[in-house]
Ligand binder design. Structure first.
Ligand code: ADP
Ligand code: MG
Length: 347
C-alpha cells in the first residue's frame, strides 16, 4: 500500500513546474496524511521491562503514544519502589509496617477501604495482612513447609479485622505485616489508565505479569495461560474494555516430598489454598478489583467465588485440576477454548 501510493505521487510531481511542484508536493503530503488518519492510522509505541517482580509490556496507540509508554514504565517502577513493596526500607508500605500507623492521602485511603471491604465480603479469604505468613513459607527466598505451631502462632497475630481505619488514619497491632502482593499489579493498571485517559490514547494493551489492561474500543483478545504448562494458552477471551487478572497455583510454587505448595494462602489454614482450582481469571473495570478478586476467588473456590463475582458485578473464568472450565454468564459468548484437553463445565 505504501509502495503503490509513492509511485502515484512521483508521477504527478514530475509533470509540474518548480513553484507548483512545491505546492503540489505539500498538497500531496497533506493528502497522504489525511488519508492515513482517515484510514485509522495511529502512531503505535511499545516497550517491555521488568518491574513488580515480573515481566511487563506496554503497547499504546494514539498521538501521544510515546509519552504514554514512557510514563507507564516510570509509573510502574515508582509505584513498586516508593509505595507498594515491603522489601526496602523506604516505601510507603515498608514504613507503614514498621510504624504500624499512618495518615493516608485520599487515594491510599480509598484503596484500603476497597481492600477491607473485599476482605469482609470474601469472609477473610482475601486478606492483605498475611505478610508474616508468606515470609514464614519463605516465598521469594528459600521456600519450605513451616512448622504447624509457627503457622498458628503467626495466624493468631494476623487478620484484616485487626486493622483500624478511622477517617484518614490507619493503625494496627504488632504482628500484622501488610502485603500488597495480591493487588499491586492491578493498582498499577489503574494508575496507567489515568495516564491513557489524560493523553486521550486511542487504544492500549498494558500487561503486568498476570494482570492486563485492555484500553479502548477495539475488540482485543487475551489468551488464558495453560495452567498445565504444556502450551502457552488454552483459551482466548474477548472481554471488551476492562482489566483482566489471573491467579494461578502454577505461578509460584515449590515441591517438598513430592507435593506442590503454591503462594496463594488460605488464611483459615495458613496453608496454600486447596479446593480443586488451578487458576481463576477475573474481568473488572477496576484493576485493583480484578487483581484482588482473582486471589479471593482462588481461595474461596468455584461456587463461593462465583457468588462473590456476582456481588461485585464482575465476570470470571475458573479452571479446575481436571481441566474443567467454568465461566460466568457475561463471558459465555466471549470465551473460546482452543485446547481440546479442556472442557466447558455447566455452571
Ligand atoms: P500473582 O502475584 O502471582 O499475580 P496474586 O495476585 O493472586 O498472584 O497474588 C498472590 C500474592 O498475594 C502472594 O504472593 C502473596 O503476596 C499475597 N497473598 C497470598 N495469599 C493471599 C490472600 N489469601 N489474600 C491476599 N493476599 C494474599
Ligand atoms: Mg491478585
Amino acid at each position: 500500500m505504501f509502495f503503490c501510493g509513492g509511485t502515484v505521487m512521483a508521477k504527478i510531481f514530475h509533470s509540474c513546474k518548480k513553484k507548483s511542484k512545491i505546492i503540489a508536493f505539500t498538497a500531496l503530503v497533506l493528502l497522504f496524511f489525511s488519508v492515513m488518519l482517515f484510514c485509522g492510522f495511529r502512531p503505535e509505541k511499545t516497550a517491555s521491562f521488568f518491574a513488580m517482580d515480573t515481566y511487563c509490556s506496554v503497547k499504546v496507540k494514539g498521538k501521544n503514544s510515546a509519552d504514554c509508554v514512557s510514563e507507564a514504565e516510570k509509573l510502574t517502577r515508582e509505584l513498586d519502589e516508593n509505595i507498594l513493596t515491603r522489601h526496602n526500607d523506604f516505601s510507603f508500605v515498608s514504613r507503614l509496617n514498621s510504624e504500624r500507623k499512618s495518615v493516608l492521602d485520599e487515594k491510599e485511603k480509598s484503596r484500603f477501604e476497597t481492600m477491607l471491604g473485599l476482605s469482609r465480603d470474601s469472609g477473610g479469604a482475601f486478606d492483605f495482612t498475611l505478610g508474616a505468613l508468606s515470609d514464614l513459607w519463605g516465598f521469594g527466598e528459600e521456600p519450605a513447609v513451616p512448622d504447624e505451631k509457627r503457622i498458628s502462632e503467626v495466624l493468631g497475630k494476623t487478620g484484616f479485622e485487626k486493622i483500624t481505619l478511622k477517617g484518614n488514619e490507619i493503625s494496627f497491632p504488632q504482628g500484622i505485616v501488610i502485603d500488597m502482593g495480591a493487588v499491586g499489579k492491578g493498582i498499577a493498571l489503574d494508575e496507567i489508565k489515568t495516564v491513557l485517559d489524560e493523553n486521550k490514547a486511542s487504544s492500549a494493551v498494558i500487561s503486568i505479569g498476570g494482570s492486563i489492561l485492555l484500553y479502548g474500543k477495539d475488540d482485543m483478545t487475551v489468551g488464558i495461560t495453560d495452567p498445565t504448562g504444556k502450551s502457552q494458552y488454552m483459551a482466548v477471551l474477548i472481554p471488551g474494555e476492562c482489566c483482566v487478572s489471573t491467579s494461578g497455583s502454577y505461578e509460584r510454587f515449590f515441591e517438598q516430598n513430592g507435593k506442590k505448595y503454591h503462594h496463594i494462602l488460605d488464611p483459615e489454614t495458613g496453608f496454600p489454598a486447596e479446593n480443586g482450582l488451578v487458576s481463576v481469571t477475573v474481568c473488572s473495570e477496576s484493576g485493583l478489583l480484578s487483581d484482588a478478586l482473582s486471589t479471593a476467588c482462588f481461595v474461596l473456590g468455584k461456587e463461593k467465588g462465583m457468588a462473590l463475582l456476582e456481588k461485585y458485578g464482575c465476570e470470571g473464568v475458573f479452571i479446575d485440576g481436571e481441566n474443567g472450565v467454568s465461566v460466568t454468564d457475561g463471558l459465555k459468548d466471549r470465551l473460546e477454548i482452543t485446547d481440546s484437553r479442556f472442557v466447558l463445565r455447566q455452571v
